[in-house]
Design a protein. Structure first.
Length: 120
């Protein structure tokens, strides 16, 4: 049942993003920033923890989950070390994901060749 809820929640998140891009002509970069910010904001509320427990794939995989992980790491680090945790919490909380993304991008850059878009 966890798979169904994950699929539905991830689909709703992607559907909302696609609706905003189609209806209001919002650029994908603005959607990206707003989803990371929303995920960071949702880290303050325990209700999103419930969604992560019951629909973890849909709540953690999209870019909303990255913002949540960032916010949750900062909150945990501030509770542990004080105000200095604002700086170090975000860096330690998502460093593994960022490192993996950089590594995979590096490896795939050797496999695929990029092409320049024409500006017609």
């Amino acid at each position: 049942m966890n798979y169904v809820w994950s699929f539905l929640l991830g689909g709703v998140i992607c559907g909302i993003s696609q609706f905003l891009m189609d209806k209001f002509k919002i650029l994908p970069a603005y959607i990206l920033v707003s989803m990371v910010t929303l995920g960071n904001f949702l880290a303050l509320f325990p209700g999103y923890d419930f969604l992560i427990k019951h629909a973890s794939g849909g709540a953690c995989i999209p870019i909303l989950g990255f913002g949540y992980s960032l916010g949750k790491a900062v909150i945990d680090k501030v509770n542990e070390t004080g105000l200095f945790g604002v700086i170090t919490g975000g860096l330690t909380g998502v460093s593994a994901g960022i490192t993996f993304a950089i590594f995979i991008s590096f490896v795939l850059s050797f496999i695929f060749t990029s092409k320049t878009k024409s500006l017609r």
